[in-house]
Design a protein around this ligand. Structure first.
Ligand SMILES: *Cc1c(COP(=O)(O)O)cnc(C)c1O
Length: 434
């Protein structure tokens, strides 16, 4: 190991605290984390000179590859002017243009207002607070709760976390956020009695595919049904497209696949191409209008770095790349190539139990050859990802589901590489007791 690598690892283990991480394992002497020092296209390079395909788009954010000259240039160009100023009391061209371009993805007079924040959790937080305040300002103050879906994930700030359906993350904070009813299907929604629905402001869902729920797609047509159901009950539809937004599922936004327009659309992760933290909550003129008038009707919410100009510059450059690189036009062929590769993997590898895919997002669910799940303590998914690393693939599992979510710019040859690495990792691993 190089001296600088050793230094970074020791200092990290002394001072850093990582997200969603068992620190006692992270800091064990035997653990040697990958120190990323450089990225180029779909590849990340570590401090030891190894290169890896970025198999989960750097935690679901990257779209056009790392260090893309166009995005780098846009950020540098903005940096020469100024890095940040307040969006509270001032405005700037990047945010204005970005808001205009985001709204232009939707028909006129639908989603027409953009509230910027910093990350996926705050994009959700804004939508929830806007939805509740809207009800207060339209004579329906009792509607202060939400319906969310079982095993859903909407972020870690308290409001967003109160929607969370993943017990291992959220149970210890239950009851500290918004009142939330959980549902698993359209049938569950139909069973809510009117006295419960009368206290609900809106329904929150990850459209088309739930990410943290081990990449689980919804039945086709469900989103359009949900839109109609919300309309029939007078509820807002809040779409969390933090993961699915910006081409991941094959269309610019997942909701476009079922011609659904929500009342709130939450965007983050890919909005800057995966370069900088920025988020947006889009909403309708009807909701916005309820915040006009006296001071007490204003939306008193904001963060210091709201609408950060560097983030807006990256986001605009990313939208430009969708046009110049024909990102969406090239996707269908790559999506079917990925589908073929995954089918092949499943045929060759007895431990691959099920492939779940929506566009360029895939979950590879692993089970024992007899179809039984691995004992959770075995952390088999983690050991496969660890093994795949040695074959030049970086990704993270969700329990025993391996996530494969390449940058949209990945070539078919790079997809072949990712699958070869998984094949090798699966062939090497011999789970205990088999
Ligand atoms: C990642 C994610 C979030 C939270 O976004 P952060 O930027 O990590 O706060 C919310 N919803 C979904 C669907 C996500 O995938």
């Amino acid at each position: 190991m190089r001296d600088d690598t050793r230094h970074w690892i020791e200092a990290d283990q002394t001072h850093c605290w990582h997200p969603f991480t068992r620190q006692s394992e992270w800091c064990a002497r035997s653990h040697q984390p990958v120190v990323i020092v450089r990225g180029e296209g779909c590849w990340l390079y570590d401090s030891e000179g190894n290169r890896y395909f970025d198999g989960n788009s750097s935690i679901w954010t990257n779209l056009h590859g790392h260090a893309h000259p166009a995005i780098n240039a846009a950020i540098s160009h903005q940096l020469e002017k100024f890095a940040h100023t307040s969006f509270l009391g001032f405005t700037h061209p990047g945010a204005v243009e970005l808001a205009e371009r985001l709204c232009a993805f939707f028909p006129p007079h639908t989603l027409e207002r953009v509230f910027f924040s910093d990350n996926g959790s705050t994009a959700i937080e804004c939508a929830l607070k806007m939805a509740v305040q809207y009800r207060q300002q339209t004579g329906q103050a009792q509607r202060n709760g939400f319906i969310a879906f079982a095993n859903g994930y909407h972020g870690d700030t308290l409001g967003a976390a109160s929607l969370g359906g993943v017990g291992r993350f959220f149970d210890r904070f239950r009851g500290m956020g918004f009142p939330v009813q959980q549902a698993s299907s359209m049938a569950d929604l139909e069973n809510f009695p009117p006295e419960i629905l009368s206290n609900v402001a809106g329904v929150v869902i990850e459209p088309v595919i739930q990410g943290v729920n081990e990449m689980r797609p919804w039945p086709t047509g469900m989103l359009a049904e949900l839109r109609a159901w919300c309309d029939s009950k007078g509820l807002h539809l809040i779409l969390d497209e933090v993961m699915t937004g910006f081409g991941r599922t094959g269309s610019m936004f997942a909701c476009q696949q079922e011609n659904v327009i929500p009342d709130f659309l939450c965007l983050a992760k890919g909005i800057t191409g995966g370069y900088l933290p920025l988020a947006a909550t889009l909403t309708t003129g009807k909701i916005y209008d309820a915040f006009l008038g006296t001071a007490d009707r204003a939306f008193y919410y904001g963060h210091s770095y709201t609408a950060n100009p560097l983030g807006c510059a990256a986001a605009l450059a990313s939208l430009d790349l969708f046009e110049t690189e024909k990102t969406l036009e090239k996707l269908p062929a790559k999506i079917s190539h990925l589908e073929k590769l995954l089918t092949g993997l499943q045929t060759r590898q007895p431990l691959v139990h099920e492939i779940r895919q929506a566009g360029f997002v895939a979950g590879i669910s692993l089970r024992r050859p007899d179809g039984e799940p691995f004992p959770p303590g075995e952390r088999f998914g983690e050991s496969i990802c660890q093994a795949a690393r040695a074959h030049g693939l970086l990704t993270r599992p969700i329990l025993d589901t391996i996530v494969l979510m390449p940058p949209l710019s990945a070539t078919t040859g790079e997809l072949d590489h990712a699958i070869r690495a998984l094949d090798a990792a699966l062939s090497e691993q011999n789970p205990t007791g088999l």
